[in-house]
Ligand binder design. Structure first.
Ligand code: HEM
Length: 399
């Protein structure tokens, strides 16, 4: 008997676990879901099914398709999210122009600068506290500073673009509010990219602007790329640092082990990525032709919600998936997606998190929540995280 569609998304009761409503679906076959606009789609949740969909070019990432699942108040603005929402060969043509910027070697060269930024922020925070809001003082400014420097966006404008980008991705705003925020962000980046086209600067967007001058890229294509990088590059990493710190503070034994052995920070970052999977509503696709996934045929033109957070708790893929265990053998989580659209910024995100957690634990002994865990305010948008994180500490060791 066919079950009636499950509502998607639903809010989580426990900030560290996917909604209880989905528990029974975690290791089940694709199921039907209904999104807030009343549309029905498939949801794939097992790790193997998620990887199968994301690796299969018969599933399209083109959000202008009428059945593409839209979970946001922001209506689809064609081209708005650049190659994230395009298929090959267009996707590959645009993505290729950025791959040299994000190689392990290139990103590795940013280590000293990121370490300096982390220490400067911790100095400032330690100079003014305890207590402090870890989000405002550390988790948010770090990735913003890093992405601004990388792209060549003036950091002085960060309040402006942070508010606009957060507003574009929120679920609790009206369609008009989301559209207005998006249009302001678009106009800002249009001006910035046009300036760089006139006078190319020595930064990522300056190099993109040179490609516009040479006719290799269109101006609109460059602006859309800038928007995607700015949106994807700071909100995600900021939430991983904020929510990641909360998760560590809720697991004091693991935290003590990390403090005792900094070599564990890397595996802990990987486990935090899996455990939290902050792109918690997953990603979306639409089938171009009928495809069999996990014993179910997804019909041509049907939308698919790809539940990354569910896949990363799949009991068939991870032993005791609900446990936070940095010593688990490295698995293949999908916190950064999978296939052609797998996150281009993952090496940078990993490096930022590794340095941020290592330095924070070293510099702030006795780091603890400065409020009851139930008083922490969580942010429930496209990306899950903490709105603010009041923390305290017992001393400070200088960098
Ligand atoms: C794609 C997550 C950091 C830039 C993705 C996707 C996920 C993801 C799940 C795949 C989306 C899909 O298949 O539809 C994350 C997480 C991050 C992070 C969890 C932080 C912990 C970053 C950073 C940057 C970035 C720092 C840039 C500097 C991008 C871009 C894409 C992408 C451009 C589109 C790739 C494509 O379509 O080919 N990210 N991301 N991300 N991410 Fe990230």
């Amino acid at each position: 008997m066919e079950r009636s569609p499950v509502p998607f998304p639903v809010h989580r009761d426990d900030p560290l676990h996917p909604p209880a409503e989905y528990a029974a679906l975690l290791d089940g076959p694709p199921t039907r879901v209904r999104t807030p606009d009343g549309a029905e789609h498939w949801m794939v949740s097992r790790l193997a099914d998620v990887r199968a969909v994301l690796a299969d070019p018969r599933f399209s990432a083109d959000d202008t398709h009428p059945n593409f699942p839209n979970l946001l108040p922001l209506p689809t603005v064609p081209g708005a999210l650049s190659f994230l929402r395009m298929d090959d060969p267009e996707h590959a043509r645009l993505r290729r122009t950025l791959t040299a910027e994000f190689t392990v070697r290139r990103v590795g060269r940013m280590r000293p600068e990121i370490t300096e930024t982390v220490d400067a922020l911790l100095d400032e925070m330690a100079g003014q506290g305890p207590p402090a809001d870890l989000v405002a003082a550390f988790a948010l400014p770090l990735p913003s500073l890093v992405i601004c420097r990388l792209l060549g966006v003036p950091y002085a404008d960060h309040d402006f673009f942070q508010e606009r980008s957060a507003e574009s991705l929120r679920l609790d705003v009206t369609r008009d509010e989301a559209l207005a925020a998006f249009a302001e962000l678009a106009a800002y980046l249009d001006g910035l990219v046009a300036d760089k086209e006139r006078e190319p600067t020595d930064d990522l967007l300056g190099r993109v602007a040179r490609r516009v001058r040479s006719g290799e890229l269109g101006h609109e294509e460059a602006v859309a790329m800038a928007r995607l990088l700015l949106l994807a590059g700071h909100e995600t990493t900021a939430n991983m640092i904020g929510l990641g710190t909360y998760a560590l503070l809720r697991h004091p034994d693991e935290l003590a082990r990390l403090r005792a052995d900094p070599a564990l920070v890397r595996p802990a970052v990987e486990e935090l990525l899996r455990y939290l999977t902050i792109v918690h509503r997953g990603t979306q696709r639409v089938a171009r032709e009928p495809v069999e996934v996990g014993g179910v045929t997804i019909g041509a033109g049907e939308g698919v919600v790809v539940a990354l957070a569910a896949a990363d708790r799949d009991p068939g893929a991870f032993a005791e998936p609900g446990a936070f265990d940095p010593s688990r053998p490295p698995g293949h989580h999908v916190a950064f997606g999978f296939g052609a659209h797998q996150c281009i910024g993952q090496t940078l995100a990993r490096l930022e998190m590794e340095i941020a957690f290592a330095r924070m634990l070293e510099r702030l002994p006795g780091l603890a929540l400065a409020c009851a865990p139930e008083d922490v305010v969580f942010r429930d948008s496209v990306v899950y995280g903490v709105e603010t994180l009041p923390v305290t500490w017992s001393g400070e060791t200088s960098g």
